[in-house]
Design a protein around this ligand. Structure first.
Ligand SMILES: [Zn+2]
Length: 132
């Protein structure tokens, strides 16, 4: 079984098909079928039967899943569509952006950002100590 490189909540770039070039959020990933449901991508029209007397039914538009291989993850750090590498970090397998080396997993991105903020604060404090 291949491990999916795409996760729910990822931003992805559609690289093939009728929605090629679109960037949108992953709503759902099915590891069984290897397909991903991307918000507003591969919209299909469905005819719905009326459910009640008030509900007239009609035509509804819905996103349908596409092959995971049709998308590339957009790195939240560098903003580029990238291939995904895997790396072990703190005993966990995380996904890495091949373009900039940042981790693509949200919990780690958050942490990386926090660390960066801390570092900036520390530098600032140091500067203030010196009276700069
Ligand atoms: Zn990146």
């Amino acid at each position: 079984m291949t491990k999916s490189f795409v996760k729910k909540g990822d931003k992805v770039l559609v690289v093939t098909g009728k929605d090629k070039g679109k960037i949108a959020d992953v709503v759902e990933v099915s590891s069984k079928s290897g397909k991903v449901l991307v918000d507003g991508v591969n919209v299909v029209t469905k005819h719905q039967k009326p459910k009640s007397q008030q509900d007239k039914g009609g035509i509804i538009k819905k996103s349908a899943p596409i092959e995971a291989s049709n998308v590339m993850v957009v790195c939240p750090v560098c903003g580029k569509a990238t291939r995904v590498a895997h790396k072990e970090l703190n005993g966990k397998n995380v996904r890495i952006c091949k373009k900039c080396g940042a981790t693509l997993d949200k919990e780690y991105v958050k942490e990386a950002k926090k660390e960066a903020k801390k570092a900036t604060k520390a530098t600032k404090a140091k500067k203030e100590d010196k009276g700069e």
